[in-house]
Design a binder for this molecule. Structure first.
Ligand SMILES: CC(C)[C@H](C(=O)O)[C@@H](O)C(=O)O
Ligand code: SF4
Length: 464
């Protein structure tokens, strides 16, 4: 029977299938950060259990770490406690940890791929919704809750109901100035934030095939924001070229064997999906969000839509979102004053994102009055930025380059947007208060962020 990429991986990892119930799924790689793991380790201690396969878990603190002075003790007591607890748990249970300041430290979804820990055909979980990022490699990767983190640590398996399958195909070629982030934001606004609920999505089509691994990661990262369990892209030559020689990727004969297996993974041509959706690249322009969920987005040349609510509750929700953001129906979004720009996160915090930002700001100056945080997704990305000399371009233009972490993506550290202020952010969530109490977030790709940083307004980057 013809199979999808998802089914091939899922079936190869099914240890037990409970009739009419969940599957017991073997997990190849478990990533662990400081926010969702403490109770899981407490649970193991309470039950007197060890970690079943310690070599399969990798830990990295990312959410709570400061992005300045990482060589000094963390000043905030709550954050310090979270990070130290992860250190202690990793030591007690014999797990690899890339602690703060470690050359491999960074946002867990950035460091997994760059170290070759994320591989095609893998099942990958983490107590974090954006685990979907790793699907870019042709892996079944999804976020889990803390009780499941405990399950994985104890047994290297979890119980999961099998999701339905959806293929989203994007045909054609992207127009100049349009990025993978714009594709993702476009898809979410068309699908809505619940349009893929219950599904595992495979992204396909020319646009996706043409994307670099970094772009595929950006695309898969946002899958969760339309309700999908995860998103994935079939492995191909782009995937193999990215992985070859990465520290933890297979080497020599093992590499050849692995590639031979990975080549068998793509969806069979006559496999059937539960749902098929198609989009055309020609319809996509640089995107921005205007509301308080990632689905409330428009093309940058469009106006804030009229209230589309179909009942009182929906209409009230829409009105509330616009009021929170300070936008009016029918209003143009360009020309809105910007207070902060944040470039970073597991969505757009990789070297290629900073290279693109640097290309756009080179030889120009930051707009006065805008606070701009450039936060690499990992220490390795920071190193790449420095060795490419981008740090000098940033400094000359007046931008501040920070140390790695989740940072203002959700402001669990000190990087908080002040109440009422507007931030153009390359991250993935624009919920009320996400970047600090009362903060207002406009999600966008790197070019829109660069244009805002240079002009101080929401500006179409194609007009710069
Ligand atoms: C803290 C963590 C559980 C959370 C997630 O699951 O996504 C965070 O990473 C986020 O982006 O909101
Ligand atoms: S960068 Fe943001 S979205 Fe990604 S894991 Fe950290 S907090 Fe979550």
């Amino acid at each position: 029977m013809p199979k999808t990429l998802f089914d091939k991986i899922w079936d190869a990892h099914a240890v037990n299938v409970i009739e009419g119930g969940p599957t017991q799924l073997y997990i190849d790689r478990h990533y662990c950060h400081e926010v969702t793991s403490p109770q899981a380790f407490d649970g193991l201690r309470r039950r007197g259990l060890r970690v079943f396969r310690p070599g399969r878990t990798v830990c990295s603190p990312d959410h709570n770490i400061p992005t300045k002075n990482q060589d000094k003790p963390i000043a905030d007591p709550v954050s310090r406690n979270q990070v130290e607890t992860l250190n202690r748990n990793a030591a007690e249970f014999g797990l690899d940890i890339f602690g703060i300041g470690h050359e491999r430290n960074g946002i867990i979804h950035v460091i997994g791929p760059e170290n070759g820990l994320t591989l095609p055909g893998y099942t990958i979980v983490c107590g974090d919704s954006h685990t979907s990022t790793h699907g870019a490699f042709g892996a079944v990767a999804f976020g889990i809750g803390t009780s499941e983190v405990e399950m994985v640590l104890a047994s290297q398996c979890i119980l999961q109901p099998k999701p339905k399958s959806m293929r989203i195909t994007v045909d054609g070629h992207l127009r100049p100035g349009v990025t993978a982030k714009d594709v993702a934001l476009y898809i979410i606004s068309r699908m809505t934030t619940s349009g893929a609920t219950g599904y595992f999505v495979e992204y396909a089509g020319e646009v996706v095939r043409d994307m670099s691994m970094e772009e595929r990661m950006t695309l898969c990262n946002l899958s969760i924001e339309m309700g999908a369990r995860g998103g994935m892209v079939a492995p191909d030559e782009t995937t193999f070229a990215y992985l070859k020689g990465r520290d933890f990727a297979p080497k020599d004969d093992k590499w050849d064997e692995a590639v031979a297996y990975w080549r068998t993974l793509p969806t069979d041509y006559d496999a059937v999906f539960d749902a098929e959706v198609r989009f055309d690249a020609a319809d996509i322009e640089p995107r921005v969000t205007f509301g308080t969920n990632p689905g409330m987005g428009i093309g940058i040349s469009e106006v804030v839509p009229r209230n589309p609510g179909e009942n009182d509750a929906e209409r009230a929700g829409y009105t509330r979102a616009l009021r929170y953001m300070g936008f009016e129906e029918g209003e143009k979004i360009t020309g809105t004053r910007v207070d902060y720009v944040f470039v970073g996160s597991c969505t757009n915090g990789r070297f290629e994102d900073f290279r693109l930002f640097a290309e756009m700001v080179k030889g120009r100056k930051k707009a006065p009055g805008v606070i701009v945080w450039l936060v690499p997704g990992s220490r390795r990305v920071l190193g790449q930025i420095r060795s490419a000399g981008l740090d000098r371009i940033f400094a000359e233009a007046g931008f501040e380059l920070r140390e790695p972490g989740c940072s203002a993506c959700l402001a669990m550290n000190d990087d908080k947007v002040a109440p009422g202020r507007l931030c153009v952010s390359t991250s993935n969530r624009n919920f009320e208060g996400r970047q600090g109490p009362g903060s207002r977030t406009v999600l966008a790709g790197v070019p829109v962020a660069a244009a805002a940083a240079l002009t101080g307004y929401i500006t179409d980057p194609r007009t710069l």
